[in-house]
Design a protein around this ligand. Sequence first.
Ligand SMILES: O=C1O[C@H](COP(=O)(O)O)[C@@H](O)[C@H](O)[C@H]1O
Length: 232
Amino acid sequence: MAHNWHNFEDRDALAESLADLAERTLSASIAKNGVASLALSGGSTPKLFFEVLSQRPLDWAKVIVTLVDERWVPVEHERSNARLVAEHFAKGPAKAARFIPLYTGADTPEDGVGAATLATEALPETFDVVVMGMGSDGHTASWFPGGDNLAAAIDPAQELPLLPMRAEAAGEPRITFTLPRLLSVKTLILHIEGEEKRAVLDKARLEGDIEEMPIRAILRQDRVPTEIFYAP
Ligand SMILES: O=C1O[C@H](COP(=O)(O)O)[C@@H](O)[C@H](O)[C@H]1O
């Protein structure tokens, strides 16, 4: 499936354009279905995009927001992706959106994945917008090289929407949406910033095992085009 490249001179321009695309897609879905859904990545890259999108004049009360993955830590923790959403996205107009967290408060993601799965059943079967990020090791969502559930998470036939994930490089146990669940989407975005990550992405586009660079599961799938947003 084609990748559509959107290259920007700087990160401000990228954030505005990415927010334009998300706003357009969400607003079309609200007009057609009365509801829209958005799955966001965590980490450090999306902060500016969150700030810009959160100010857009959408009917946010009709938007359901979740994360593509979460670190298994409480929302107060500095590494919580939900905390990033709370601080940089759930403010201004976007505060009216309904947020479905993946962290449930259970001791482990293995204990909590059932409740998280139930909670995410409130999402429409097809996401309107999914925004993926990528780490400098080629992971995306919590699909880490060497992850204990990596093969299951990126299995195109996987029927479970969410899986726990543990990996040395992950820092803490994780929970993550699986490949088929995230590919059930109208607009799939990959958000990359910085020349170091651009080099990682270029390497991922070459031949090689998907499990070595799990972002390849996105780049090589043929269900939905990937809109690649890049700024140095
Ligand atoms: O751990 C994570 O890392 C990736 C990449 O994050 P970044 O800090 O390099 O932007 C992120 O996409 C994922 O959601 C997050 O949990």
